[in-house]
Design a protein around this ligand. Structure first.
Ligand SMILES: [Zn+2]
Length: 300
């Protein structure tokens, strides 16, 4: 079993929102047991949004995960949520003075560094977890996901963008592995899509420092690349953030093919609507001989 966890002290950061291009100030504060992760818009009289999939705005969660409706939105929550999932943080109050979390360096690393600096403490209540009650498959078009009940969290992820880019990776969650293998993976985009996104008024805060940009001859800003298979690692990072939009952490053996934010969160809503989640008291570490589920579908 493990206890619920929060930060020892508040941390602060500021930076540009990826989509709005506005500078946003963020304070992340310790929160009491059973709070979960909540977002507080200080510029909207302290209106509050819990980080739960019921509050995801699916139409606005294509390039990033957006919570809320109308004026009360919090966009691009996934990298902070991923850092919280990866470092087993359960209760946080996240105050921000605008509609979007800053993109920072395009990864979850700045959050993990701040959380480590602040310190993480066990609280007095035990945490429980969700896993699935049976093997579940879910698909939409060429996107596919499968999850098996498990007492630990593993992800086998495969991405395929036609003949432009194919990568796959298996990841088994521990705090150490998250920080070493996943947290630093930056977001990415194709050069050919950048103009289109700009014309749509998106990615105003995007730059070569916070996204790997893939051109015809490969990454055009390799000086910012940490891993050769950084793109699939970032997809795992996003996935870990998106599946943390429950009131407790979700564990299981996942295989994902060509996922994205909207697909990840619709899958999570499906698990709730179909009553497929069961409560377990404690995750157990994967045995060293255990091999995670592989993606059985060939790349299309
Ligand atoms: Zn991302």
């Amino acid at each position: 079993m493990r206890y619920q966890r929060t930060l020892k002290k508040p941390v602060e950061l500021k930076g540009l929102g990826l989509h709005t291009g506005k500078e946003i100030h963020v304070r992340i504060l310790p929160a009491p047991e059973e709070t979960g992760i909540i977002f507080v818009r200080t510029d909207l009289s302290g209106m509050t949004l819990p980080a739960l999939v019921d509050h995801v705005s699916p139409d606005r969660s294509i390039l990033s995960t957006t919570l809320g409706e109308g004026r009360l939105t919090v966009q691009t929550v996934e990298h902070l949520m991923s850092a919280a999932n990866g470092l087993y943080l359960d209760n946080l109050r996240v105050e921000l003075d605008g509609p979007e979390l800053p993109i920072l360096d395009g990864s979850a690393y700045p959050y993990t560094v701040l959380f480590r600096e602040a310190g993480i403490v066990d609280q007095s209540r035990r945490q429980f977890f969700y896993t699935v009650s049976k093997v579940v498959e879910f698909s939409e078009g060429d996107k596919w996901i499968r999850v098996e009940p498990s007492y630990h969290l593993s992800v086998s992820y495969r991405i395929a963008f036609g003949d432009r880019l194919t990568q796959e990776r298996v990841f088994v969650l521990t705090k150490k592995e998250f920080e070493r293998e996943i947290a630093q993976a930056k977001t990415f985009c194709f050069l050919s899509d950048v103009e289109k996104m700009r014309e749509m008024g998106l990615v105003k805060g995007g730059s070569l420092e916070n996204a790997l940009v893939i051109g015809d001859d490969g990454v055009i800003n390799p000086e910012y690349q940490t891993y050769p298979d950084e793109f699939v690692r970032h997809k795992i990072l996003d996935f870990l953030g998106d599946i943390r939009l429950l009131d407790r952490p979700l564990i299981g053996a996942f295989a994902v093919l060509k996922g994205g934010h909207a697909f990840h969160t619709r899958f999570l809503s499906f698990l709730i609507e179909e009553n497929l989640l069961v409560r377990v008291d404690a995750p157990i570490p994967a045995p060293s001989s255990w091999s995670p589920l592989a993606c059985p579908i060939p790349i299309g």
